[in-house]
Design a binder for this molecule. Structure first.
Ligand SMILES: CC(C)(COP(=O)(O)OP(=O)(O)OC[C@H]1O[C@@H](n2cnc3c(N)ncnc32)[C@H](O)[C@@H]1OP(=O)(O)O)[C@@H](O)C(=O)NCCC(=O)NCCS
Length: 228
């Protein structure tokens, strides 16, 4: 795996995986623009969120996803349509012929992470650090018991980060394979043992921890910030 940082950010070669990171607490004017891209279903989902901050972050995450998809497909953001596969994984509908664009999204707290690839299943997960993090969250996590014990033994200064690394590795794999989180939690499957898949740690920014999972092989992974 290596980087191809200088290229056109939306020129996706068959061996490229593009990761975009975005902050979701954007100015009100920007929220207005992003809201205009959303479908009635998405607006309805936003409306059902109780807190204004969560509504704004949801709108930002979906609106930015639409902007990124527009850059890859040429379809205007408000005309992008999503569908889902048998596992509930979102897909792009109405793709131009020959463009097998795959994507996955994760959002947590004030950040979102997006992964794009051609004809390759990708899974991405990002988790925000919690100021109130404590050992009880590790104990209640449903990770395999031996891993929980190891995490509880880790130095306190790195314990939350170590926990989030393990957690996001499993979530990202579940989102790539479609096998579901239960398989990678108490099921005891170690992501490192999952044949046919490999993972890449997202750069750690402001304590956010994330993992990208992609099929085993040689990939050029680039990671950029959207709307910086
Ligand atoms: C799907 C799931 C992995 C999402 O994880 P999460 O940490 O709650 O949330 P994230 O922000 O990381 O990901 C949410 C995004 O994942 C994507 N997503 C939803 N279902 C998905 C699936 N089955 N596979 C991959 N990605 C999925 C969507 O884009 C979603 O964005 P949205 O909330 O704006 O609609 C989680 O809800 C889950 O485990 N659900 C149980 C059902 C299950 O296990 N399904 C099997 C496939 S993972």
């Amino acid at each position: 795996m290596s980087n191809r940082e200088d290229d056109d950010p939306f020129a996706l070669a068959p061996d490229d995986i593009h990761v975009w990171l975005s902050w979701l607490d954007v100015p009100r004017e920007r929220i207005k623009d992003l809201t205009a891209y959303l479908s009635p279903d998405e607006l309805d989902r936003a409306d059902r969120l109780r807190f204004e901050a969560d509504r704004r972050r949801f709108v930002a995450a979906r609106g930015i996803l639409r902007e990124l998809c527009c850059n890859h497909t040429g379809t205007p953001p408000e005309q992008i349509r999503f569908t889902a596969d048998d596992h509930g994984k979102p897909r792009l509908a109405d793709l131009p012929p020959g463009l097998d664009l795959c994507f996955n999204v994760s959002h947590s707290g004030a950040a979102a992470a997006y992964a794009f690839a051609l004809g390759a299943e990708v899974g991405i997960d990002i988790e925000a650090p919690r100021p109130d993090f404590d050992d009880a969250q590790i104990e209640a996590s449903l990770l395999p018991p031996d891993l929980i014990a190891r995490l509880l033994d880790a130095p306190k200064s790195i314990r939350q980060e170590a926990f989030l690394e393990e957690w996001t590795a499993r979530e990202a794999l579940a989102k790539a394979t479609g096998l579901g989180m239960a398989h990678y939690l108490a099921g005891g499957v170690d992501p490192a043992d999952e044949v046919g898949w490999q993972s890449w740690d997202l750069p750690k920014v402001r304590g956010y921890v994330g993992t990208l999972v992609m099929p085993a092989g040689k990939w050029y992974v680039s990671c950029r910030q959207w709307g910086a």
